[in-house]
Ligand binder design. Sequence first.
Ligand code: GNR
Ligand code: NI
Length: 174
Amino acid sequence: MSLKNIIIEPDPILRKESEHVENIDDNIRKLLDNMLETMYAAPGIGLAAVQVGILKRVIVIDISKNEEKKNPLFLINPEIISKSKKTSVYEEGCLSLPGHFAEIERPAECQIKFVDYNGKEKELLANGLLATCIQHEVDHLNGVLFIDYLSKLKKDMIIKKLIKHKKELNKVVL
Ligand code: GNR
Ligand code: NI
């Protein structure tokens, strides 16, 4: 397995629409394994392939708190079939927006259809943090980040700080 670099906003890749996966083969499973390892190392509770520069509709999620009892979820071609009218608010973070957090309101529950690690079609009804995380990740597959839900003022401020942050990172590398 190997760790992948996580792409930080602003980057045009993060704004692209990811492509439907046609074949669930060993290459896709290798990508999912590497994404999971990268997510645990970050650490984060979710990761979309686009965040490591691969424009495929695949997501890994693990909202378990316990190090020993990991509970990874692999979602290929996830589709939100229904969302609740009831909403909930969570403080969201994003590995592509390091150091920035904001309260985001989303449907409290969502039902999804997806293909699992073994290529089997499945459905899942999610609530709580899992529902929020799934919607955050599906947004990534459509080129959407949580800052898109904030006022232009807040969004611009965060992007400005990220540009500065990225310049600092480049100085360290050089
Ligand atoms: O690690 C993450 N935490 C998080 C917290 C609240 C709502 C969504 C998330 S996902 C985020 C990892 C990430 O950037 N996934 O795309
Ligand atoms: Ni994210």
